[in-house]
Write a protein that binds this ligand. Sequence first.
Ligand code: PEP
Length: 252
Amino acid sequence: MSRIKLMCGNWKLHKTIAESVELATAVKNAVGPLRDVEVAVAPVFTALHAVAKRLEGSAVVLAAQNCFWEDQGAWTGEVSAKLLKDVGCKYVIIAHSERRQWFGETDAMASLKVRAALRNGLDPIYCVGETLAERDAGEAFHVVGRQLEGGLTDLTAKEAERLVIAYEPVWAIGTGRTASPQQAQEVHQFIRGKLSEKFGNAAEAIRIQYGGSVKPDNASLLMDQPDIDGALVGGASLKADDFLKIVKYRNS
Ligand code: PEP
């Protein structure tokens, strides 16, 4: 099964509305029509509307960095998947390691968010990955397996086809330290196996992105691995040139 690679820029807590629109414009103008890769950008919440407008008519799609699990109600400060769909998002990143580390997000919360996203027509990008201490203790597979079990509950195989999993070893995020292509492929293969136990043949359609210090000079070796179906890019997505080199890794 050939899966279209998904390259998603996670802009984290960076850029004003004007700066986000400027970066989105640069990405949109440089990617042109796309055939064998899908490109998404995930700005801050306050810039989503303006960036959505700027991306209209282009091949670049919009992602959000987080969502809440209820659609509406007395939940001060939250933004629901329903509203993210309304503003024009196609994807939503769920349980990024920074959310797990700093905001106490658990697999159980992730599961609610994954289901809220699917219910509202958004495709979830569900993040998993072990810390350095867990890797050093030989627990990487166990941790990732547990995150998949806990975060992906009560889904049909049809719903599962819409999932994107982002494997992001925490020790490689924002550190400049990347998993080697072999280290990453090993975990991606493990994830595919787990997805296949849970969802049968649908696992072949699920894209598994790698994230963790992806840069123009390491993208191609990572993307050449059979179970790596794209990248979730943090730091390097903040500069249009670097992000575009990653998107066009085949030409580099
Ligand atoms: C991320 O934030 O998802 C990420 C992978 O960051 P970086 O590329 O900066 O390591």
